[in-house]
Design a protein around this ligand. Structure first.
Ligand code: ADP
Ligand code: 3PG
Ligand code: MG
Length: 394
């Protein structure tokens, strides 16, 4: 695989796939970690007199234009960080956008509108990939966080553009995470967040590598329900209950310690200021939701973590964006930050939590990837990496 610093980008139009899937609040970027992480690649290209065209997804608009998922706030924040104007094209493909690309001068930047406004992006559609490829002479993938997705802007586009490479963020993630091969033990995984369907397979594969798994966040609900307990109105993935049972069975067979929350913080919903209080996992009432891990779970998880020599963590322990349900994630962040161990964290929301707590300097490595970070550590070749390798060897 080649990286941007192996190429001559001078005077070229460089199409950079970034991961600006950032948390927004009231139409503004709430956490700019992922934008900051893309700056080395962008500055490299600008310093070498390239014309820059950036593309990204934001959220899950499912092929529809949804104005609240416009990349305008991200373009504006990038402009502030770089101290220069970043124009936003009205779309990511089409003649009007192509005109804007063609009128760029060296050193100028254009951001394309949300890729997922088109169904062709997630379908890795060939025609959409070809249209996107018209936006540059050189394609650079710097979206480590999206490199586990076989989408047009990550995979398809590489088949239609003359030259491809990885960006400097991709290089940094790859260099660090490749070294995690043989970690010091005990090796503990903390998994939380909401993307259960895309992460359960990863848990299954990581059972081969870790000594213990700590499960929190909405992910835990599926496991609790799989054991036959009610989880009230909590977020749960009913079609994955068998899979969850299988994972617990495999953990027993492989002698991996598997910990679920023993208590939860309940509420009517994430924005329930009154919060209904702490409840043991066996007794969640039908009308309430598990929205955070409880204090006994934090004590239990701390006990396991204090013995760990390597910790990987992806996914918050609860709906941490809402103050009443942020304590579990905060506690776990503080505990992991204080360990004498190699601590590797990943995930857009997990990273945003860590920055909010100002703990970013107390981890061994913070990856910008969530699902991609987990899949990489699982030992999979990410589709985005494979596409770059194939394109470079063309
Ligand atoms: P990351 O971005 O770190 O990979 P995810 O995107 O998988 O993590 O999950 C983060 C989201 O999970 C947050 O928006 C948080 O509110 C939500 N979440 C975590 N636990 C719960 C829960 N118990 N119920 C509802 N949402 C939850
Ligand atoms: C992420 O936030 O983990 C990446 O941007 C990928 O987003 P996705 O899970 O919506 O594909
Ligand atoms: Mg997320």
């Amino acid at each position: 695989m080649q990286f941007i610093d192996d190429l001559d980008v001078s005077g070229k139009t460089v199409l950079v796939r970034v991961d600006y899937n950032v948390p927004l609040k009231d139409g503004r970027v709430q956490d700019e970690t992922r934008i900051q992480a893309s700056i080395p690649t962008l500055e490299y290209a600008l310093k070498h007199n390239a014309r820059l065209v950036l593309c990204s997804h934001l959220g899950k608009p499912k092929g529809q234009v949804r104005s609240e998922l416009s990349l305008a706030p991200a373009a504006e924040r990038l402009g502030t960080i770089l101290g220069k104007a970043v124009a936003l094209a009205p779309d990511c493909i089409g003649e009007e956008t192509l005109e804007m690309v063609r009128s760029l001068e060296p050193g100028q930047i254009l951001m394309l509108e949300n890729l997922r406004f088109h169904p062709g992006e997630e379908k890795n559609d060939d025609e959409f990939s070809r249209e996107l490829a018209r936006m540059g002479d050189i394609y650079v993938n710097d979206a480590f966080g999206a490199s586990h997705r076989s989408h047009a802007s990550v995979v398809g586009v590489t088949g239609h553009i003359p030259s491809c490479s990885g960006g400097l963020l991709l290089k940094k993630e790859w260099e660090y995470l490749s070294k995690v091969g043989d970690p010091e033990r005990p090796f503990v995984l903390i998994a939380g967040g909401v993307k259960v369907s895309s992460k359960l397979g990863v848990l299954e594969n990581l059972l081969r590598r870790v000594d213990a798994m700590l499960i929190g966040g909405a992910m835990a609900n599926t496991f609790v329900k799989a054991q036959g307990f009610s989880v009230g109105t909590s977020r749960v993935e009913d079609d994955l209950l068998d899979k969850a049972r299988e994972i617990m069975q495999q953990a027993r067979e492989k002698k991996v310690q598997f910990y679920l929350p023993v208590d939860f913080m309940l509420g009517q919903g994430p924005d329930d200021e009154s919060r209904a209080g702490v409840c043991p996992f066996q007794a969640i009432p039908e009308h309430l939701m598990a929205l955070d891990i409880g204090p006994a779970t934090c004590t239990l998880f701390a006990e396991v973590l204090h013995r760990a020599k390597t910790v990987i963590w992806n996914g918050p322990m609860g709906a941490f964006e809402f103050r009443p349900f942020s304590q579990g994630s905060r506690n776990i962040a503080e505990i992991v930050a204080g360990l004498h161990a190699t601590t590797i964290v990943g995930g857009g929301d997990t990273d945003s939590l860590i920055h909010e707590l100002d703990l970013q300097d107390r981890f061994s490595f913070i990856s910008t990837g969530g699902g991609s970070f987990m899949e990489f550590l699982e030992g999979k070749t990410l589709p985005g990496f494979k596409a770059l390798e194939e394109c470079s060897s063309k």
